[in-house]
Ligand binder design. Structure first.
Ligand code: KIV
Length: 274
């Protein structure tokens, strides 16, 4: 009988605080989820999908329907990892009730284990509303891409005393409101370290240093499949984009020189006898 794999749960991830590091990557499609599933604890269907797969300049154009379609695709490929999906811009900020409707729809239509939302003190009431009603929430503080227009860019946060204090207050507020873990993005090391030390739940860093309880990166960044820009915090473990170009160049040359298809790829062509 094939072994039935049990998915990692939200309480299991929460209990990893201060123990073994939590390994996370983004995934947007079924094949990517299948490749990553055995090796990561959490797969995030991030709204970065808008920039990475759709060529958008920010995440602001991503819709709930897009997130649902990509989360359904990831769920088809993931068996072991805990799948969390991003609430896109405009789908939750208005009120706790709106956030609940969106989250309930996303979880009902996808089967994901929880949602991620950006925001700190101002979102604490919403995080509390959701978590008290059965919706696990992964928080996201520091550099929040959905606020790119407020910041004027995607640069690191926590550089001034005021910014550092705000990030600490944000992380504490959403953890106290019930978030099971908090993503800290693009934040100076001392701030990420202080927040990690202060919280009873795990922090998951992206450009926030090794002080965090776990790490997340965009899979396409790790694999060298996204080249529009390479953030300082990314380690590229492969250059698959260049590999794809080389392979496609070989295919194109074979078609142009009529080396492909060969007889073995054709119907009704007998193999030549030697
Ligand atoms: O959208 C995303 O992919 C994210 C992570 C990289 C944290 O928010």
């Amino acid at each position: 009988m094939p072994q039935v794999k049990k998915a990692i749960t939200v309480p299991e991830l929460r209990a990893r605080k201060g123990k073994t590091p939590i390994v996370c990557l983004t995934a947007y499609t079924t094949p990517m989820a299948k490749w990553l599933d055995n090796h990561v604890d959490l797969l995030l269907v991030g709204d970065s999908v808008g920039m990475v797969l759709y060529g958008m300049e920010s995440t602001l154009g991503v819709t709930v329907d897009m997130m649902i379609a990509h989360t359904q695709a990831v769920m088809r490929g993931a068996e072991r990892a805990c799948v969390i999906t991003d609430l896109p811009f405009g789908s939750y900020q208005e009120s706790p009730e709106v956030a609940y409707r969106t989250s309930a729809r996303v979880l009902q239509e996808t089967g994901a284990a929880g949602v991620k939302l950006e925001g700190g003190e101002e979102m604490a009431e919403t995080v509390s509303f959701l978590t008290q009603r059965g919706i696990p929430v992964l928080g996201h503080v520091g550099m929040m891409p959905q606020s790119v227009n407020t910041y004027g860019g995607f640069g690191a946060r926590g550089k001034t005393k005021a910014e550092a204090e705000k990030i600490l207050a944000d992380g504490k507020a959403i953890a106290e409101a019930g978030a099971f873990a908090v993503v800290i993005e693009g934040t100076l090391e001392p701030v990420a370290r202080a927040l990690t030390d202060a919280l009873a739940v795990p922090t998951i860093g992206i450009g926030a240093s090794a002080a965090c309880d776990g790490q997340i990166l965009v899979a396409e960044d790790v694999l060298g499949l996204f080249s529009d820009f390479v953030p300082k915090f990314v380690r590229r473990y492969a250059e698959l984009g260049s590999e794809i170009e080389k392979v496609v160049a070989r295919y194109a040359a074979d078609v142009r020189k009529r080396r492909f298809p060969g007889p073995e790829h054709c119907f009704g062509v007998k193999k030549r006898k030697r």
